[in-house]
Write a protein that binds this ligand. Structure first.
Ligand SMILES: Cc1cc2nc3c(=O)[nH]c(=O)nc-3n(C[C@H](O)[C@H](O)[C@H](O)COP(=O)(O)OP(=O)(O)OC[C@H]3O[C@@H](n4cnc5c(N)ncnc54)[C@H](O)[C@@H]3O)c2cc1C
Length: 285
């Protein structure tokens, strides 16, 4: 099928983009970034936006830079930008490990980091990264700019705090301290598929015990989130199998898993524990 008719807008500046969005949002005007999610759902006529605001010509949105203690990822930065570490240290290494799990190479050359975050698929790897690391989302409209913390941003399946006239101009990730240990483990049935479940963990070790643990799950619940119960099971313990199993058990018990035609909630609950333990083991290796 072909998409329903729409009007195409190609702004060149952020100001022009948000002004256009303000004008067309009431008629289901949408931002077009990499098009790797929006175009297929338009082709299936699951979405019929009357206007598309194509941001690919806004050069200011292609910025990927370190600002102080944050990595700023502009709205036009593609997934493929992360194939090689974009910053020294554990954050750059983590992002280049995670990106290889997103779809396939051609999709990664077009799809954008911010497009994934705005689309908010529960199984999006970048949404998990944002939730796990405590990203800040910068949303701009004709009325002004606001910064939304990850804990407020993700609201459910493909639902975020972004208003229809807001452009997500950038996502800011904290630069991780050099001694941060990171693990990412994803399970799916075929390479390139969306995750059935995945875990991202980070922690530091001080005097032989775990400090500042972060344990977050994606693809398990309606939105990615940190699992406080699993983190509490790690604090102050040596990074060993016993602690990891305790955290995995806590994660499995804490989640409210999604269920679909092929995957039961019980399966996803079990998977939550498995991916948590494997991510923790990877971080310790
Ligand atoms: C076969 C296939 C497999 C895939 N597998 C995976 C996978 O394993 N993991 C994964 O995470 N993704 C996967 N994807 C999705 C892909 O990563 C998309 O690139 C991503 O979800 C959306 O980014 P985009 O730039 O293409 O956004 P678009 O498709 O252009 O937009 C998606 C939605 O977000 C909105 N939007 C986009 N950018 C902004 C912005 N800056 N501000 C406000 N709203 C915005 C759009 O209006 C639209 O509603 C897959 C896609 C395909 C086709």
């Amino acid at each position: 099928m072909k998409p329903a008719p729409f009007r195409y807008h190609a702004p060149k500046t952020i100001e022009e983009a948000v002004a256009t969005l303000a004008a067309v949002a009431p008629e289901d005007g949408r931002v077009l970034a990499g098009g790797q999610s929006l175009v297929p759902i338009m082709a299936f006529r699951l979405a019929r936006p009357a206007h598309l605001v194509d941001i690919n010509g806004v050069t200011a949105l292609a910025r990927l830079a370190v600002d102080g203690d944050k990595l700023s990822i502009g709205a036009c930065v593609r997934h493929a930008a992360f194939h090689k570490p974009v910053v020294d240290g554990p954050l750059g290494a983590l992002l280049s490990k995670v990106v290889r799990h997103i779809a396939h190479y051609p999709i990664r050359t077009r799809g954008t980091f911010c497009g994934s975050v705005a689309h908010a698929d529960p199984a999006s790897e970048w949404c998990l990264v944002a939730a796990a690391l405590g990203a800040e989302m910068v949303a701009r409209s004709a009325k002004g700019t606001r910064t939304i913390p990850a804990t407020d941003f993700f609201r459910g399946i493909m639902t975020t705090a972004l208003r229809e006239d807001e452009l997500l101009t950038e996502v800011r990730l904290p630069i991780l301290p050099a001694d941060t240990r990171c693990g990412f483990y994803e399970f799916n049935r075929r390479a390139g598929d969306f995750a059935l479940g995945m875990a991202l963990v980070t922690y530091r070790v001080a005097k032989g015990v775990i400090s500042e643990p972060r344990v977050a799950l994606g693809g398990i619940e309606a939105q990615p989130r940190r699992i406080a119960e699993a983190e509490q099971a790690l604090v102050g313990r040596a990074p060993n199998r016993e602690a990891f199993v305790a955290a995995a058990t806590a994660a499995s018990a804490a989640v409210d898993p999604l269920e679909d035609a092929v995957t039961s909630a019980e399966y996803r609950r079990d998977l939550a524990g498995t991916v948590t333990r494997r991510a923790l083991e990877q971080a310790a290796a």
